[in-house]
Design a binder for this molecule. Structure first.
Ligand code: COA
Length: 311
């Protein structure tokens, strides 16, 4: 049986940093309110999905020691592609010089976990190396006059290389879910900006994260006390605190980057994962729980046994 594991990782954030104080000059809000209600201090904006993705992917490929001709598939999770057609994945594939299939995947903020789980299945199906990217430019679809949403969002990209190089499974359990009946709580029409019922999304998010995490841990045959690192979707620190409390996981186990990234949708989990990996927060054999939720409403969780690449 073939098993995938992560052998390279990298991120990219656009240069322009937008502070809470700047937002307070644009809408009726304050640094104090945004910090207390969300945990966000700054976010990066004005990024293009194809550019951020290609930069992150190139660094991830370098780290894994993988050349463009060795990539069998490119999978891009995004809700804010540069164009409706063609898929941004195809533009990235060309700019990186890959010769392989490439497609965009829209599962909103759950997208990277959907992508990682999908990549692991392709590895089991015989592929050798897959590039998985989570990238979004939410600043391009934000209503900068709506204080209920514009304080939350930012841009970024995170990329990982998944290789068929593990002796035993690293993806131990996973859960993918969609509740389309709640689609009207968070949406964006073509050519328009994001519309959100913040309070309703908040309530659903906590429950969806808890359910997804429990299902993934059950399938993996592990309990929450065995988890070393949680990588939650970075939407609001209060959502993360509530969900982890219900799961009986201390907040100290969470990877948190939203104070300087804001909510970057599909980029949020890989941004937090890469931050934790670079800080060496996990050792060989440790269990990582990735858990996200987003528009759809989608949710996704995965339990990964960390199998570090041999350098
Ligand atoms: N600055 C100052 N005040 C604000 C504000 C802002 N940016 N946004 C809302 N308020 C006000 C409201 O008007 C309200 O005032 P009132 O009491 O006089 O009516 C008060 O603050 C409380 O509003 P409420 O909506 O209850 O705030 P909240 O604590 O729920 O925080 C969100 C709002 C959007 C931060 C929060 O609901 C949230 O994070 N929701 C989930 C969003 C999310 O995760 N989306 C992405 C999913 S992938």
């Amino acid at each position: 049986m073939s098993h995938g594991r992560i052998t390279g990782w990298a991120t990219n954030l656009p240069d322009r940093v937008l502070t809470n104080d700047e937002l307070a000059q644009m809408v009726d809000t304050s640094d104090e309110w945004i910090t207390a209600r969300t945990g966000i201090k700054t976010r990066h904006i004005d990024g293009k999905v194809t550019e951020m993705s290609a930069a992150a992917a190139l660094d991830a490929m370098k780290m894994a020691g993988v050349s463009p001709d060795q990539i069998d598939l490119l999978l891009l999770a995004t809700i804010s592609p540069d164009q409706q057609i063609p898929a941004s994945a195809s533009v990235i594939q060309d700019s990186l010089g890959l010769s392989c299939g490439a497609f965009d995947l829209n599962a909103a903020c759950s997208g990277f976990v959907y992508g990682l789980v999908t990549a692991m299945q392709f590895i089991q199906g015989g592929m050798e190396r897959i590039l998985v990217i989570g990238s979004d430019s939410l600043s391009s679809i934000t209503n900068w006059e709506d204080r209920g949403t514009c304080i939350l969002f930012g841009d970024g990209a995170g990329a990982v290389i998944v290789e068929n190089s593990a002796d035993k499974p690293s993806l131990l359990g996973w859960d993918l879910m969609s509740s389309g009946d709640a689609a009207d709580l968070l949406y964006c029409e073509h050519g328009d900006n994001i519309v959100m019922d913040g309070q309703a999304v908040f309530r659903k998010a906590v429950l969806a994260m808890e359910a997804a995490a429990i299902n993934a841990m059950d399938k993996a045959g592990v309990t929450s006390d065995q988890i070393k690192l949680v990588v939650p979707h970075q939407a609001n620190v209060r959502i993360i605190e509530s969900a982890l409390k219900r799961l009986d996981i201390p907040i100290e186990k969470a990877a948190l980057v939203l104070n300087y990234t804001g909510n970057t949708s599909a980029a949020s989990i890989p941004l937090a994962l890469v931050d934790a990996l670079n800080a060496e927060r996990v050792d060989s054999g440790d269990l990582i729980l990735l858990v996200g939720f987003g528009a759809g409403m989608t949710s996704a969780a995965a339990v990964v046994r960390w199998d570090p690449p041999t350098i």
